[in-house]
Design a protein around this ligand. Structure first.
Ligand code: C2E
Ligand code: MG
Ligand code: MG
Length: 392
């Protein structure tokens, strides 16, 4: 076994694919072994001890499903990425099968493989060599290591989908660990009380950037994620209005996305502040609807104006009838309560078409655009339907 921290094992019968994946992975500091036959793959599995596996579903002699079953029997813990040129329904049932035999399926890669997608998935699964200390995160804020990526959002109008806004997503450019994604540090920031400082930074930076875009004539709105535990300061709505005004912006241009509304220290106060935010014209969005955290009661009790369907449902749209039924029902429910709906995880043109048919108001996902640096947004928007000019 090599002592490289990140070890990728790729099995595919096409040599050019093996070469491509190996080259990209090596550039991201992976040690890589490739196999073009199932027998080689099984032998290498034990010697190499991969930390990530890329597996082609269609192999001469064996099929990928057999290999998944084999990996399950071997109690492999390394995440598996399934790649194939087959249609997405086959891929998603292979994905479910993999999970049913106890594997961690990290995702599916549709062939032809796209460089950006491969890079982002390999980057995400890079093992971080050590736990991150709260003090490190605290320094990150002071030392300017935080950055925002922005993911475009489309809104449905009578004339079709139009670019309407972006969601700010926090990243940490760590000096040793590279680009670290929020799943790895938000829980730590929340537990150690550092989330407040980070969120202040996100709001300042996001609003500054929004001011620049607006000044350049891009009629975009901004969504920012926020832990509801931070909503306890009675001055917050006024401070936020002042911050927007300082950049020549108005309150409806900003939406706060809130995920977990259980276990609040002071629900009455939170409710008070959320209501004032709405009265002042800010958008309030219930994020990750359809997961364990967001419930119907919250939707009914709190003054949200938008509901965001969790990406796990969006990703299944067009693949399973159940996902379509769920999203359709959620849209009906939300519209009945006077809320708009934004579906996340839109990865295919088919999913976007379905959302149009279902009357979903907003869409976000890799098909529309991945989270990207602020500088990339104007060019990316040119490929999207143009924003509808809005007043103010
Ligand atoms: P979220 O707010 O639900 O953000 C959407 C996540 O889904 C993002 O992951 C985004 O990259 C990913 N995503 C978007 N479209 C697709 C798609 O089509 N397919 C797939 N597979 N994924 C897609 P990211 O950036 O890793 O963020 C994860 C979570 O971290 C966010 O979930 C949010 O809850 C939290 N987060 C991000 N930035 C902040 C922040 O500034 N403050 C707080 N409190 N939480 C944040
Ligand atoms: Mg969000
Ligand atoms: Mg979400």
């Amino acid at each position: 076994m090599t002592d490289a921290l990140n070890r990728l094992l790729v099995v595919d019968d096409q040599e050019d694919i093996l070469d491509f994946v190996a080259e990209v992975a090596k550039s991201l500091d992976y040690a890589v072994l490739t196999a073009s036959r199932a027998e080689d793959f099984c032998a290498q599995l034990h010697q190499f001890g991969p930390t990530l596996i890329v597996l082609d579903l269609q192999m001469p002699g064996t099929d990928g499903i057999e290999l998944l079953r084999y990996l399950g029997r071997q109690s492999v813990t390394a995440p598996v990425l399934i790649s194939s040129g087959m249609d997405s329904r086959v891929l998603s049932s292979a994905e479910r099968f993999g999970r049913s035999v106890g594997l961690e399926i990290a995702g599916v890669l549709q062939k032809p493989l796209m460089l950006a997608e491969l890079e982002s998935v390999l980057e995400r699964h890079r093992v971080i060599e050590r736990a991150i200390e709260p003090a490190e995160f605290s320094r990150a804020v002071d030392r300017g290591q935080l950055l925002l990526h922005y993911q475009p959002k489309l809104a449905r109008t009578a004339r079709g989908w139009r670019a309407a806004g972006v969601e700010a997503l926090l990243r940490w450019q760590h000096p040793d660990l590279g680009l670290v994604y929020p799943d790895r540090f938000i829980p730590l920031a929340e537990a150690s009380g550092l989330i407040g400082a980070a969120t202040d930074w996100v709001l300042q930076e996001g609003i500054r950037q929004l001011g620049l875009w607006r000044a350049a004539g891009l009629a975009l709105d901004l969504s920012v994620n926020m832990s509801p535990k931070l909503v306890k300061d009675l001055d917050f709505p006024d401070r936020l209005s002042d911050l927007l005004a300082a950049h020549g912006l108005s309150n409806p241009m900003l939406t706060l996305e809130i995920t977990e509304t259980a276990a609040l220290e002071d629900p009455t106060r939170t409710m008070d502040i959320l209501t004032r935010l709405r009265v002042k014209g800010f958008g309030l969005s219930l994020d990750d609807f359809g997961t364990g955290y967001s419930s119907l009661t919250q939707l009914y009790r709190l003054p949200f104006n938008e509901l965001k369907v969790d990406k796990s449902l969006g990703m299944d749209l067009g693949k399973t009838r159940e996902a379509e039924t769920m999203v359709r029902s959620i849209v009906g429910l939300a519209h009945g309560l006077g809320l708009t709906v934004c579906a996340e995880g839109v990865e295919t043109p088919r999913a976007l078409d379905l959302l149009g048919e279902i009357d979903c108001d907003c869409a976000q996902g890799y098909y529309i655009g991945r989270p990207m640096a602020a500088e990339a947004i104007p060019d990316h928007l040119e490929f999207l339907p143009q924003p509808v000019a809005s007043a103010g």
